[in-house]
Design a protein around this ligand. Structure first.
Ligand SMILES: *[C@@H]1O[C@H](CO)[C@@H](O)[C@H](O)[C@H]1NC(C)=O
Ligand SMILES: *[C@@H]1O[C@H](CO)[C@@H](O)[C@H](O)[C@H]1NC(C)=O
Ligand SMILES: *[C@@H]1O[C@H](CO)[C@@H](O)[C@H](O)[C@H]1NC(C)=O
Ligand SMILES: *[C@@H]1O[C@H](CO)[C@@H](O)[C@H](O)[C@H]1NC(C)=O
Ligand SMILES: *[C@@H]1O[C@H](CO)[C@@H](O)[C@H](O)[C@H]1NC(C)=O
Ligand SMILES: *[C@@H]1O[C@H](CO)[C@@H](O)[C@H](O)[C@H]1NC(C)=O
Ligand SMILES: *[C@@H]1O[C@H](CO)[C@@H](O)[C@H](O)[C@H]1NC(C)=O
Length: 512
């Protein structure tokens, strides 16, 4: 009896806290066609890397090179075999959409040629399972996982031949799956892929050249390849988008977009140099891809600093790339201060990094947590609105990194989610054309750089369990409550604590 009284007391104060606050938001404050989901990518979650005809991608090669703390994605979360269970968890969480990627080398082993029936079957099953449970599939075509065969054969993204092969792969996807897919994204964070893959060499396909790489690469040229790869990616995107728009869009009624990683930039000091440098940072890191897509050419500052090393668009190419998207996907995690470093232009042989003439000042952190910076997400959305004519935006990734073995009570992740969802609502109300929000990631996946040491997931996956059992973290409960229409406090820590206590007592009582 006493226990029951205590529970009622807590419940009463919980309700009191619910109605008294000023800035409480719920799912219902967002437009009904705004979409909330969570994401993963093929190599990071599927496993079954060598099963049913799949061949390795550059992500497999990288993961087996030892850079990811000895871990790899051969098994990962085994979603290839456990997709039904995972879709069930999505339904329980109340996810409206699932962002995943298709493994090119599973669908078309070796990158070109015959389609693998087993690959086709897997994605058909996954998509059908999602749709029949009311979860929208949002599909990415390239998430750092080019078929290794194409990398070996002609250098992958640094060769113009990739444009044709990518277009054929994309068309197979439109033809086979497009009757059920409304949202296609050709590339995941193309800017990070190119910089880390071709300048510093720390991510697949690990190309770089001395003295620019952060690792010793066996091949590459940091002075020219980042520009070349980005150029071919834009042309491949434009070609795939044209195929979609010309042949499939009217019938399938979907949308095609491109994803860019976005930092918020602000000047390190108030000097004129740093203020100009901040615009240059947006040009180099975001405008590099967004300017061609919106205006048909690279930013002037890039053409000036990179000179002949950055390819030019022919008038026809410019016309094809310009406007070749229905939405932009944004991966947002952090803000960075920018300092002018014009001296880096003094040397003749430069890499992309030196061409920027910038020094990025990442915040000194004493933990691996991302700090919540609501103003930074709003700043990025405002920048896109003002610079690019307010195109439709999906936040494709945003999340909190924590050590994988940390507690299931992932309060910092809950704080980050609720803070950024609140910031997004403020941006929407101020005119941003944001259409959706996906947290990274649905479950703890095989992460770039540190394998299984850290995780971003709403669900923990027990890697010591042969069955890889999934466990909801506090963030899964919180997101579920938000998505199911509960009013969610966007500020007070005590409410999180309270919610946590209530969740421990009885998860079902917290859902309004
Ligand atoms: C690259 O290799 C050289 C010589 O083997 C070595 O001295 C250097 O430390 C290596 N650099 C990196 C970043 O691993
Ligand atoms: C990279 O390309 C530039 C421009 O073509 C050339 O000058 C330089 O020697 C190349 N570097 C390497 C390491 O091949
Ligand atoms: C720049 O100036 C603004 C307005 O005077 C001030 O608020 C801000 O702190 C200054 N920033 C730095 C880094 O000095
Ligand atoms: C470092 O962590 C401590 C304790 O968590 C915190 O009080 C302090 O503000 C942090 N310092 C910085 C620079 O973030
Ligand atoms: C988590 O893992 C790290 C590194 O792998 C280790 O140092 C730490 O003790 C572990 N913590 C727990 C709670 O197991
Ligand atoms: C709201 O939008 C206006 C017009 O674009 C802009 O001037 C203002 O800075 C925005 N406010 C915020 C907080 O982003
Ligand atoms: C949550 O539970 C802890 C430990 O049982 C307690 O110390 C704390 O006061 C509780 N928080 C709230 C807001 O009830």
């Amino acid at each position: 009896m006493w226990k029951l009284c205590e529970l009622l007391l807590v419940w009463a104060s919980f309700l009191a806290a619910e109605v008294s606050g000023a800035d409480r938001h719920s799912r219902h404050d967002f437009p009904s066609d705004f979409v909330f989901g969570a994401g993963t990518s093929a190599y990071q979650v599927e496993g079954a890397a060598n099963e049913d005809g799949r061949t390795p991608s550059i992500f497999d090669t990288y993961a087996h090179s030892g850079l990811t703390h000895g871990a790899n994605g051969d098994v990962a979360c085994d979603q290839y075999h456990k997709y039904k269970e995972d879709v069930q968890l999505m339904v329980e969480t109340g996810l409206e959409a699932y962002r995943f990627s298709i493994s090119w080398s599973r669908l078309i082993p070796n990158g070109r040629g015959p389609v693998n029936p087993k690959g086709l079957q897997y994605y058909n099953h996954l998509i059908d399972e999602l749709i029949s449970h009311g979860v929208q599939p949002h599909v990415t075509l390239h998430h750092a996982d080019l078929p290794q065969a194409l990398e070996d054969e002609y250098g992958g993204w640094i060769n113009r031949k990739i444009v044709k092969d990518f277009t054929v792969y994309a068309e197979v996807c439109f033809r086979e799956f497009g009757d059920r897919i409304r949202h296609w994204t050709t590339f995941n964070e193309a800017n990070v892929f190119v910089l880390a893959g071709y300048d510093s060499g720390i991510l697949p396909p690990q190309r770089c050249s001395f003295p620019f790489g952060l690792v010793n690469c066996s091949q590459g040229n940091s002075s020219i390849e980042p520009y070349l790869a980005a150029h071919n990616i834009l042309l491949a995107h434009a070609s795939a988008a044209r195929t979609y728009k010309n042949i499939y869009q009217e019938r399938q009624k979907g949308y095609i977009g491109f994803n860019i990683f976005a930092y918020h930039f602000s000047p390190f000091t108030n000097s004129t140099e740093d203020i100009i440098a901040t615009q240059r940072a947006y040009d180099f890191y975001f405008g590099w891809l967004a300017d061609p897509l919106v205006y048909g050419d690279y930013p002037e500052t890039m053409k000036k600093n990179a000179g002949p090393r950055i390819p030019s668009f022919t008038p026809l190419e410019s016309k094809l790339v310009k406007g070749s998207f229905d939405f932009l996907g944004i991966n947002f995690y952090d803000a960075v201060k920018v300092m002018d470093n014009s001296r880096s232009l003094d040397v003749t042989l430069r890499d992309y990094q030196a061409d920027t003439a910038l020094e990025l000042k990442f915040q000194q952190k004493n933990s691996s947590l991302f700090e919540l910076k609501p103003w930074a997400l709003q700043g990025v959305l405002e920048y896109i609105k003002q610079t690019y004519g307010n195109p439709p935006i999906y936040i494709h990734e945003n999340g909190q990194m924590m050590p994988r073995n940390a507690t299931l009570e992932d309060v910092p992740r809950v704080e980050l989610l609720q803070g950024y969802i609140g910031a997004l609502l403020d941006s929407l109300r101020n005119g941003s054309n944001a259409r959706g929000y996906f947290t990274w990631s649905f479950m703890d996946v095989f992460e770039l750089l540190d394998g299984y040491d850290s995780g971003f997931g709403l669900y923990y996956v027990d890697l010591d369990d042969p069955d890889l059992k999934r466990y909801p973290k506090h963030s899964a409960h919180w997101y579920s409550q938000f998505l199911k229409g509960g009013r969610v406090d966007l500020g007070s820590e005590s409410s999180i604590e309270l919610r946590q206590n209530l969740t421990t007592i009885s998860p079902s009582t917290v859902i309004e």
